[in-house]
Design a protein around this ligand. Structure first.
Ligand SMILES: Nc1nc2c(ncn2[C@@H]2O[C@H](COP(=O)(O)OP(=O)(O)OP(=O)(O)O)[C@@H](O)[C@H]2O)c(=O)[nH]1
Length: 400
């Protein structure tokens, strides 16, 4: 199944509150009108002032010059279930053509008389009430107050008092979403350093282990020699889980006795990865709540020890965020950034939320690259982040 279909299927498995909300906003207070031919293209094509607002937002940190980028799956990957294999397809780098929105239903008169008359659609004046409802809807989708206000203001700019249809408001919103997300949609950079050390951090259950397995599989598929270090030395179950993922990905997993110092495992793993000529060393870490000071300090120690071996390491520090945690993700980024110099994000569980607005909030606030998104629990359920696909899926455009 092509990735866009998968994303829209899964992102909206729990039904899009945003899409439904947009429909309701226009229907509430709108009136059915005849669709003009060559109807209102100006409202979509018009240059939006959001560019300025977005450009004025915090610039994402410039990456070191990368020689390569994270591979996009080029060939089918081993998957735990045969069902998935038949479904998996190379991840498209560009969104596929989106199915056209169904034509508006015939109006009351046409239905009554059975005669074909001009198609109609519900349109509503873009006024203060509409904008207020839109703001509330965006905030409820976890977009955050500041981002919601800015996006709404940009949509209103130059259009106040004009009439808009549901489709137009969705297209305008999708345009704003894509514009905010465009600068952060960047694959994980690959560097010439051998081994390139990728430290993976995040709170408990955010999806670190699963993401490491998926990434290792993709990198291996792209011809990289990958080694994984099981840095969660506190839980035997965590090590076992990582070993299962290592087997699925066909990648060795280095472990240390339960209860041993994770910083020392990281150091040993670097020595071993170097000796083995590995391209990438991915270090899993124990899930830690950002309010547990001791665990957070331990993470800082892992980074210090890694740097003794290679002052440029870790070359990537990936913060794995669970998209279903909502606004708490903001707090997680702030805390992990202080301790571990986060270089990029992976957003997991986008298949399990109807509140994808948190990604906008994060992009707007931090400008950190989103390297990949998780849309399921299987090994091929990780994809590059595509802002236009995401915008279309979030707003319900092209979703039948
Ligand atoms: N639906 C869905 N589930 C996911 C995704 N990524 C991870 N999961 C699930 O989330 C749960 C936690 O994932 P883990 O990879 O164990 O998370 P972790 O961060 O390593 O957890 P700790 O070791 O407890 O810190 C597992 O049940 C995964 O299958 C995703 O993209 N979509």
């Amino acid at each position: 199944m092509a990735f866009f279909s998968k994303l829209k299927d899964r992102l909206f498995k729990s039904s899009s509150k945003l899409e439904e909300g947009l429909d309701a906003i226009i229907e509430d207070g709108g009136a059915e009108e005849v669709v003009e031919t060559a109807q209102a293209p100006d409202i979509v094509a018009e240059e939006s002032p959001v560019t300025e607002a977005v450009e004025a937002a915090e610039e994402p940190p410039a990456p070191e010059p990368a020689i390569e980028e994270m591979p996009v799956e080029a060939e089918p990957k081993p998957t735990p279930t045969p069902v998935k294999t038949s479904e998996s397809a190379p991840i498209p780098t560009a969104p596929e053509a989106k199915p056209a929105e169904p034509a508006p239903k015939p109006g009351f008169l046409a239905r009554l008389t059975g005669r074909s008359v001009a198609p109609t659609e519900v349109r509503r004046e873009l006024d203060d009430d509409l904008l207020e409802s839109l703001e509330e809807l965006l905030i409820a989708s976890d977009m955050g107050v500041d981002t919601a206000l800015r996006v709404t203001a940009n949509i209103a700019e130059g259009r106040f008092g004009k009439k808009v249809s549901t489709r137009e408001i969705k297209e305008l919103l999708a345009g704003e979403v894509a514009r905010v997300m465009e600068p952060v949609a960047r694959p994980m950079p690959l560097y010439p350093s051998k081994p390139q050390v990728v430290l993976v951090v995040g709170v408990n259950g955010s999806g670190k282990t699963t993401t490491i397995g998926k990434l290792a599989s993709q990198f291996r598929g792209a011809g990289k020699k990958v080694v994984i270090a099981a840095g969660d030395t506190f839980r035997a179950a965590a090590v076992e889980q990582l070993q299962v993922w290592g087997e699925r990905a066909g990648v060795p997993v280095l472990t240390a006795p339960e209860g041993s110092d994770p910083a020392s495992l990281a150091f040993d793993a670097m020595t071993r990865a170097e000796a083995d000529g590995a391209d990438l060393l991915m270090i899993d870490t124990a899930g830690r709540l950002q309010n547990r000071q001791d665990l957070m300090e331990e993470l800082a120690k892992i980074v210090r020890v890694i740097r003794k071996k290679d002052p440029d390491a870790p070359h990537n520090t990936l913060l794995v965020l669970d998209a279903t945690t909502g606004q708490n993700a903001i707090n997680q980024v702030q805390t992990f950034q202080k301790l571990a110099d986060v270089s990029g994000l992976v957003m997991t569980k986008l298949d399990g939320t109807a509140k994808g607005g948190i990604l906008l909030s994060l992009a707007d606030k931090f400008g950190l690259p989103i390297h990949a998104i998780g849309v399921g629990e299987q090994i091929d359920d990780l994809a590059p982040f595509d802002p236009e696909e995401f915008a279309a899926a979030l707003t319900g455009l092209g979703v039948s």
